[in-house]
Design a protein around this ligand. Structure first.
Ligand SMILES: [Fe+2]
Length: 315
């Protein structure tokens, strides 16, 4: 007797190609050539969509970006990233640990300490660096709001500046200010517009039975590139199929989530666990559902700033 096995459909293959599994991927300790030779700058990158700030754009294990990139960054206590800037916005969402992020202007630096589920959107052309002052390593998700960013411009790299100055992102002693939304310094006021504390964002209960906290978009940081939201999907909650004019990505942080696609009457689904991601292309009918007992926490990135008209309906 021969066992007949159906080859996976084209749609199933496409969903598989748009799924980034944490366990299938590897951290790259050589993603940033400008860090070579500086152990204090060491960090590892896991690329899901695009190369992010790394020049490794030819990585075939990475999904092609449209409007944004998604990667994970891992950094150990005592390490830092030298102050640099980009032509486009870049967000840091903390997953584990605490991260100090500094913004520099004219030799003055404002530093903010971010914890799990906090986010900063690094503004265009603003010098920024980060440092792990805490006792545990930091895991964060970085999204650059353009598919193929230009290389970063370094402002205070240790190859050109004294180690202490590079570690403080360019602030001489006494030139570092704390993050303070009510502070009078223009850099404090600017940074306050770009930091999202998870506990400060209002919870939006959708009629479909799940929660959203808007980080970037209406109700969060207003911006002209991508929307970013933290979703809470209770056990046994799901929505009917919806489509967007742009791509979106679901990165599961906690729990598990089923993501489904439909095309020409055929449906396929995949279950995601922590640090698994699905990128759904523009125009594809898709949905999500939590079949497990525990709630799911999902980081969602949507490739446009404007309201796309999607209304979530309980399945
Ligand atoms: Fe950056």
């Amino acid at each position: 007797m021969t066992i007949q096995t159906q080859p996976p459909s084209a749609l199933a293959e496409e969903l598989k190609a748009h799924t980034g599994r944490f366990t299938d991927k590897a951290f790259d300790w050589n993603a940033f050539p400008s860090n070579a030779g500086f152990p204090e700058l060491e960090r590892a990158q896991m690329r899901y969509i695009g190369a992010g700030g790394s020049p490794k754009v030819g990585d075939t294990t990475t999904m092609q970006p449209d409007n944004f990139t998604v990667s994970l960054i891992y950094k150990e206590p005592g390490k830092y990233a030298a102050c640099h800037s980009h032509e486009i916005e870049e967000s840091f969402l903390i997953i584990d640990g605490t991260l100090v992020v500094g913004w520099e202007k004219d030799g003055e630096v404002v530093e903010v300490n971010l914890g799990p589920k906090d986010m900063i959107l690094n503004a265009r052309e603003i010098g920024h660096g980060f440092r792990v002052d805490g006792v545990e390593p930091v895991m964060m998700s970085i999204s650059v709001d353009v598919g193929k960013p230009l290389p970063p411009v370094y402002h205070y790299h240790p190859k050109e500046h004294a180690p202490e100055l590079a570690r403080s992102f360019g602030a001489a002693p006494g030139k570092t200010l704390p993050f303070d939304p009510r502070g009078e310094h223009p850099l404090q006021q600017l940074m306050a517009q770009y930091v999202v504390r998870h506990h400060e964002q209002p919870v939006i209960w959708e009629d479909a039975g799940f929660t959203r906290k808007v980080y970037v978009g209406e109700g969060g940081i207003q911006h002209d590139t991508c929307r970013k939201e933290m979703w809470g999907v209770p056990s046994r909650v799901g929505v009917t199929a919806f489509t967007r004019p742009v791509e979106d990505a679901f990165l599961v942080l906690e729990g598990s989530l089923i993501v489904g696609w439909e095309e020409n009457g055929e449906t396929v689904e995949v279950e995601l666990g922590p640090r698994d991601l699905v990128k759904t292309p523009a125009g594809r009918k898709h949905w999500f559902r939590n079949d497990s007992a525990a709630p799911a926490t999902v980081w969602t990135v949507i490739g446009q700033a404007d309201d796309d008209g999607v209304r979530y309906v309980a399945a």
